[in-house]
Design a protein around this ligand. Structure first.
Ligand code: TYD
Length: 231
C-alpha cells in the first residue's frame, strides 16, 4: 500500500485536534498503520525547536529558519520513513502554516519562504526545480491539506479560558485576519491539494465534511467514516 500524507491547517482555535484523532481511528479501523505527528515538532530535535519558536521572542527570519530547520529533521526522521513504509501520516500543520503565520501574519518575505520550501522539502536525491510542473515531483507536499476555515472571532471565542496562550495564541485578531488570508491564498494556489472545511459549524458537521473528502478520494470506506469519528 502506498503512503498517504495528510496535513491539517487553520488558525489557533479552529478545532483540528479532535478530528485528527478521529481520523486516525477511522484509518486504523481499515487496517492502515497511522503516524500522528505535528509541526513544529514530531522528532526530539524538532520538539526542542518548537519550544523556542512558541515561547521566545525573535525576529521573523529567525522564526522562519527555525520552523524550516524543524521541518527538515521531521521530514528526514519521521515523515519520509513512514511514507516509505506505506503508512498514513496525519500531520497537525505543515508548510502552509509557515506561509500563513510567518509570511502573511508576520509579513516575512514570501520569495524567501518559497526558496526554503524548495530546498527543505526536496525529495531525496533530487535537485529542486523551481517550475510549476516540476515542483510537485521534486518537492514533498501533502497528498491532501485539510484547511479548517473559521473566522478569528469564532476561534478566539473557542480558545478563551482554555489555557495559558502561547506566543501565537496571544496575538491580536488583526494578526489572525492576515493568517486566514495567507491560508486562503495558498488554497487558491493549490486547489487540488486543499480541501476547505467550514469549521464554524458544529463538531459533527465538521467531521462529516472531513470524512466525505476522504471517501471522495477513495481513502476511507463510508462505513468507517460514519462510525469512526468523534462523538
Ligand atoms: P498548534 O499547532 O496550534 O498546537 P497547539 O494546539 O498545541 O497549540 O501550535 C503551533 C503554533 O505554531 C501555531 O500557533 C502556529 C505556529 N506555527 C507557525 O507559526 N509556523 C509554522 O510553520 C508552524 C508549523 C506553526
Amino acid at each position: 500500500m502506498s503512503g498517504l500524507f495528510i496535513s491539517f491547517e487553520g488558525i489557533d482555535g479552529a478545532g483540528k485536534s479532535t478530528h485528527i484523532e478521529g481520523l486516525a481511528k477511522a484509518f486504523r479501523a481499515q487496517g492502515r498503520v497511522v503516524t500522528m505527528t505535528r509541526e513544529p515538532g514530531g522528532t526530539p530535535l524538532a520538539e526542542k525547536l518548537r519550544t523556542l519558536v512558541l515561547n521566545d521572542a525573535m525576529d521573523p527570519m529567525t522564526e522562519a529558519l527555525l520552523v524550516f530547520a524543524a521541518r527538515r529533521d521531521h521530514l528526514l526522521q519521521c515523515i519520509e520513513p513512514a511514507l516509505a513504509r506505506g503508512e498514513v501520516v496525519l500531520c497537525d500543520r505543515f508548510t502552509d502554516a509557515t506561509f500563513a503565520y510567518q509570511g502573511s501574519g508576520r509579513g516575512f518575505d514570501i520569495e524567501m519562504l518559497l526558496t526554503l520550501e524548495l530546498w527543505v522539502q526536496a525529495r531525496q536525491g533530487l535537485q529542486p526545480e523551481n517550475t510549476a510542473e516540476n515542483t510537485s515531483k521534486t518537492v514533498r507536499q501533502p497528498d491532501m491539506t485539510v484547511w479548517f476555515d473559521v473566522s478569528p472571532e469564532v476561534a478566539a471565542e473557542r480558545l478563551s479560558g482554555t489555557r495559558v496562550p502561547d506566543k501565537f495564541e496571544a496575538q491580536p485578531l488583526e494578526f489572525f485576519r492576515k493568517v486566514v488570508l495567507g491560508y486562503a491564498q495558498r488554497a487558491a494556489q493549490f486547489p487540488q491539494r486543499f480541501v476547505r472545511i467550514d469549521a464554524s459549524k458544529e463538531r459533527h458537521k465538521v467531521w462529516q465534511q472531513i470524512t466525505s473528502a476522504m471517501v471522495r478520494r477513495g481513502w476511507l470506506a463510508i462505513m468507517v467514516a460514519a462510525n469512526g469519528g468523534p462523538k
